[in-house]
Write a protein that binds this ligand. Structure first.
Ligand SMILES: [Mn+2]
Length: 312
């Protein structure tokens, strides 16, 4: 006999926002990421799960060919700041309206906008948030340390209060999250100076080696209490390059040795089971480099798992 599960509460509605940003990345293609996740059937699958949704559409982002680089150490910063400001406002409004924001990227620099919006909403209620950052990379460079000047390598530093002022002070407060409530998971490709930055940051970083040794379940049993102790809940900033390129080939900066398909789902399922996910974003899906939209479809599936979809 199957044990009876308590009747679930009415699911919280979600609010989808596309941020087709590619100005923070070294190559084009992530501007099509939001479409790839929608085309994989996101709306229909949400309906099947009984989750009410609204889709705010995509932000308007200028084409890179029409712009000039002003600061080579933080390329296209003014345009990225503009996109992050809009994202912040819309994400905050979704939460104010009682909806769970789901942001579809777009390169990872947009996370500064998303996280500012989430932090802003809870700050108004005197609360703070945790942050789960899934990534192959540290994303903790600064304009001074970055070898490329690509802003998508800097957003985690920015939300922790280090980086270009226009981004760290977005929404008029800094930092957005505390290092002790921030987890970096899946890393395996760290830039020279970034290693020291991560070590000094106070962020709990789970490398792929540690995940190999402990297993994803044990890792997540450590992660969830870190993110939820005296917080309103946690935001998940999921760079799909955290997953192994065998399962997620459509990313700009693929690195071998990432999360397997099932590890990624287990992570999402354990986040859902905690009941404490405030908001989420799936970033860096690059359809130009993808194989039959495999990566877009995987991001879509992970959204469903994060919202509580189960096998049984
Ligand atoms: Mn990233």
């Amino acid at each position: 006999m199957t044990p009876r599960r308590p009747a679930p509460a009415a699911p919280r509605p979600v609010s989808i926002l596309g941020v087709p940003l590619d100005l923070g990345a070294g190559r084009r293609g992530t501007d099509m990421g939001p479409s790839a996740v929608r085309i994989a059937g996101l709306h229909a699958h949400l309906e099947r799960l009984g989750i009410p949704w609204e889709d705010l559409g995509d932000l308007e982002i200028p084409a890179v060919e029409t712009l000039k680089v002003k600061d080579p150490r933080a390329k296209y910063l003014p345009e990225i700041v503009r996109a992050c400001r809009q994202t912040r406002r819309l994400v905050r409004k979704s939460l104010d309206d009682g909806r769970t924001p789901i942001v579809l990227g777009g390169d990872h620099s947009a996370a500064v906008g998303t996280i500012s919006g989430v932090a802003d909403h809870y700050r108004a209620r005197g609360e703070t948030i945790g942050l789960l950052w899934v990534d192959a990379h540290g994303d903790m460079n600064t304009p001074g340390s970055s070898p490329s000047g690509n802003v998508h390598g800097m957003p985690l530093s920015c939300v922790l209060g280090i980086g270009p002022r226009e981004l760290t002070r977005l929404g008029g407060f800094s930092p957005k999250v505390r290092p002790g409530r921030t987890v970096l998971l899946g890393i395996r490709d760290i830039d020279g100076e970034e290693r020291a930055i991560i070590a000094a940051s106070g962020v709990r970083a789970f490398t792929m080696s540690e995940i190999d040794e402990k297993g994803m379940r044990t890792v997540m049993e450590e992660v969830i209490p870190l993110l939820t102790a005296s917080t309103a809940g946690f935001h998940v900033s999921f760079d799909v390059d955290g997953i192994d390129p065998d399962y997620a080939p459509g990313v700009g900066t693929a690195v071998q040795g990432g999360l397997t398909y099932r590890e990624a789902h287990l992570l999402a399922e354990m986040c859902a089971r905690s009941g404490r996910v405030t908001s989420m974003e799936f970033m860096e899906v690059n359809p130009v480099l993808d194989v039959s939209n495999r990566t877009g479809a995987l991001a879509m599936e992970l959204i469903l798992s994060m919202l509580g979809k189960r096998i049984l």
